[in-house]
Design a protein around this ligand. Sequence first.
Ligand SMILES: C[S@@+](CC[C@H](N)C(=O)[O-])C[C@H]1O[C@@H](n2cnc3c(N)ncnc32)[C@H](O)[C@@H]1O
Length: 283
Amino acid sequence: MAKDIAPYTETLKTFKKHYNEKEVLNGLMKDVEIIFPCLRKVTTCVSIGTGYGDYDLDFLRTCLPYLKTLIVIEKNEDCLRELKINLEEFSDNLEVYIIKSTIERFIQINELGHWFLLNEIVEDSSPEKVQKVTSFFMGKIEIVLAFHVLHFLDQAHRRALYKLCLGQWMWPEEKLNNIFVFVSMSGEDSTIVRLIKELTQDSLVISEIIKNELNEQGGFCLHDFSYECLMDVPDINNLREIVKSMFPDFEVNESSLAEVAKKIVPNGKSILKASMCLYAKKN
Ligand SMILES: C[S@@+](CC[C@H](N)C(=O)[O-])C[C@H]1O[C@@H](n2cnc3c(N)ncnc32)[C@H](O)[C@@H]1O
């Protein structure tokens, strides 16, 4: 694993140690593989906000064994450094393109059709590589993964992303190997949603909101794998890590954090609610 682990990757890992989401999601991914065997045919995948690759790479291992092309859109350099190491276990036949950018910037390039700008954000960008990745983006992409990333986008950019996926990259629903898969927190009453609300006064974008938005934009929910995980939050540091992993730039006020901790996780145990949803494009 990477020696020089940066703060954000560290924050993510510390947070993840306190709940069993990876184990729960891995079980659900096995169910996905059984319910949607046609995913085995998938050869092209775009992963948005891949991080250091944790859940996204689990999905690739379990559900997409014949993947040929992976395109990553991730803005964080430290995550990308570690992602590249984690990708080493995959076969040399997997072609990986890394776009070091926000999804917002990528959407802008796509909307303007200014593909030459990919030059600035595709890693190790040789003209051949940029041309190849451009042709993928101008064609059809079989599967798009957006795991724990949509809450970072404002509504206009979420909608622009759905339009890109459902309107440009995807075929209608009879093609079950052509899907948009997202993972997001759920439930107004769940600890994380309440915590974020109390501390930041902001409402977290949860799976219920995302599903409504996708339904309105021509999406069709093939399957909603809702799940709950046990969270062990023995001290206030864990709560700080949760907020920092969800909003890395947010300045946490320590006295409010202490108050909120007493109110929301008085006995150090809690439940994390989330959902992994598979969406197709309506006919
Ligand atoms: C909570 S992590 C999830 C990582 C990974 N998908 C997983 O589930 O294990 C969110 C990731 O999204 C990235 N991210 C946040 N906002 C983004 C944006 N606007 N464009 C692209 N990536 C973004 C972060 O850098 C981070 O790596």
